[in-house]
Design a protein around this ligand. Sequence first.
Ligand code: SF4
Length: 350
Amino acid sequence: MTDADADPEFVFELRTCRWAEREWPPASTESPSTPAIVARQLGTKRRRWDTLVVEVDPEEFRRRANFGRERLDSDLLDVIPDAPADWEYYRDALPDPGYPWRYVRETIHRADDRGILDVRKRNNRIEIRRKWAYPDWVERVVAIENKPDLDASAARDLAAQVEYDVALSLADEVWVATRETGERVEPALLENLPVEVGILTIDTDSRDASVEWFPRSLDADAPGTLIRERGEETDYGSAASRFDYADPEWKARKRLEIAERAYEKGWRAFAETMRPDCRHFRLRREGRTLLPYCPAKDCHQTSSACSGSCPDFSPEPPQWRTKNWPIEGGPGKGIRRLLENRRERNRPGE
Ligand code: SF4
């Protein structure tokens, strides 16, 4: 099996992430470095984006660091941004969450344990006070769908996915990234994709990207349309499509939740869903990008293949774990640490 056969999408996705981290925004005439964080495989329950770029306000982003490396999950986002500047009974300070207050109390204690909220008890009442104002750090959210090879069936699926994204407008911009073919007209331009979607081609040898089509900015602050079901034309007539309305508050909240997850996760967290503790696991350098590689399978393995149920899985010998193994042969802990260090180094503005 060759690299290209293994899972081109997975490796292509990592390359896109690395490129976005280095070069975002593409072909920009502005300052070359819009500060941004890059993550992969994030989105909503119904739609997961391959690559996600969150453009940030550098000053506000620096203030986000006060709240630690971990994300603020949905429950914490019900508390932290509304925490008052002075001590106040929590039920007076926070908006009604729409679920029982006892869950809010649990979240308050969790925030206290993390050291991101002041909490005290007065007259048998829990009072809260913010430690820092929660910053408005997210500027724009950009979704990139990776389709290295646009054969007919990939293009069909892709069109449905990006139509969904454009209708909902949860991201400010939607792009499709494909492998550069060198043809006079890149095949992606001939596909029936919405005009709002940008098209980026990536040269997998030079790792540069070219913009074939610029996207239109979507109105992320306006109501969106959730396509629940697509109507189909059949021999017996056409079935109706089903849509739902997505209000701007829901969208704003989802964007923030996604951005918080991106902040915590980055794109190098792939080792968390793989088996770097397998004796075959390697990281291979490709330029400045480290890609997972499995000599037993002779390919860049996918995270679904690289699991405890892999027939070639073989735990690293215990004595490896005590050594400072080099990058090109390292046992699990070293690999995780290396990827984690790179994630830290690449957080903008820190
Ligand atoms: S678990 Fe399987 S795919 Fe992963 S490194 Fe080991 S042998 Fe390779």
